[in-house]
Write a protein that binds this ligand. Structure first.
Ligand code: ADP
Length: 262
């Protein structure tokens, strides 16, 4: 338990640091992208330096993507929250996810019945599912099973989780992504949420996928727990707070579960 607390504090510190760096870096990149845009306007594609400028710009854009990942991790991203059903999001993503996995991978979606609503940024949650699914795919080079599962978790059921540091019991929607891949050692598990931690090698992994997943889940008021066993596979459990939509509301209008407790 102490270990988990220390880990959470470390993530907080790394998050603050990363957020600060990302913010300043963003200004630099905005200048590089902006000025290369200007240069592109005054050069013709036939110009010998046109391609060089293009290259500068695409490198700067790649850097901007990395920075976006860092901002996601440090929770400095602006959110566009709405109330939605994760089952709907997941089924919308189905066709796209199919294009991400190889034929050898059996992609399954187990939708929980009468799933509760969550209030979050659906684009961010899309990124979360995509990042976790890509990692699951990468962990199964010889194929296997990738399962996306959803389920309501009552307050009582959530009590069982309360032994885990930082977890607050309550009503949650559980989103689970599991694979039957390589699994992870405890040493790797301890580092997976840190920005730039990757075992995939230079040019293959950025080490920002799970860092940004972690930041998004935290920013959404939720919790994420990895479970993994070497040679067996990995499961990521994401708990997002339930959002109660009142029946008495007009169609489309929603109200928070509790009024501000100020
Ligand atoms: P990247 O995918 O760029 O390496 P991530 O932050 O998404 O960055 O993941 C960090 C590391 O966590 C990966 O390099 C890998 O070692 C490990 N990892 C993440 N997901 C899984 C998984 N489903 N199975 C096994 N290892 C995983």
């Amino acid at each position: 338990l102490e270990n988990r607390v220390a880990q959470a504090q470390k993530m907080e510190a790394v998050g603050n640091l990363a957020g600060g760096i990302a913010h300043d870096f963003n200004n630099v990149l905005t200048a590089i992208i902006g000025f290369s845009d200007l240069l592109l306007q005054t050069h013709r594609p036939s110009d010998p330096s046109y391609k060089d400028i293009k290259n500068i710009q695409s490198a700067a854009n790649r850097a901007a993507n990395l920075v976006a990942g860092l901002l996601g991790f440090s929770r400095k991203q602006t959110q566009q929250v709405s109330v939605f059903d994760i089952n709907e999001l997941a089924s919308e993503m189905r066709a796209m996810l199919k294009t991400q996995v190889r034929e050898k991978i059996d992609l399954r979606f187990q939708a929980g019945r009468d799933l509760w609503y969550v209030r979050a940024d659906s684009n961010q949650l899309y990124q979360v599912i995509l990042n976790l699914a890509r990692n699951a795919r990468d962990a199964m080079p010889d194929g296997g099973k990738l399962t996306i599962r959803t389920q309501n978790v009552t307050e009582r059921e959530s009590q069982r989780m309360s032994a885990v540091a930082g977890f607050t019991p309550g009503e949650y929607v559980l989103l689970e992504i599991s694979d039957t891949g390589t699994g992870m050692s405890p040493e790797v598990m301890a580092k997976i949420f840190e920005p730039f931690f990757t075992t995939k090698g230079i040019g293959k992994g950025t080490g920002l996928g799970l860092a940004s997943v972690y930041g998004i889940v935290k920013q959404s008021g939720g919790f994420i727990f990895p479970e993994s066993e070497l040679g067996k596979g990995t499961t990521f459990k994401i708990f997002l707070p339930r959002y109660v939509v009142e029946d008495s509301d007009e169609a489309g209008a929603v109200r928070p579960q509790t009024m501000a407790s100020a």
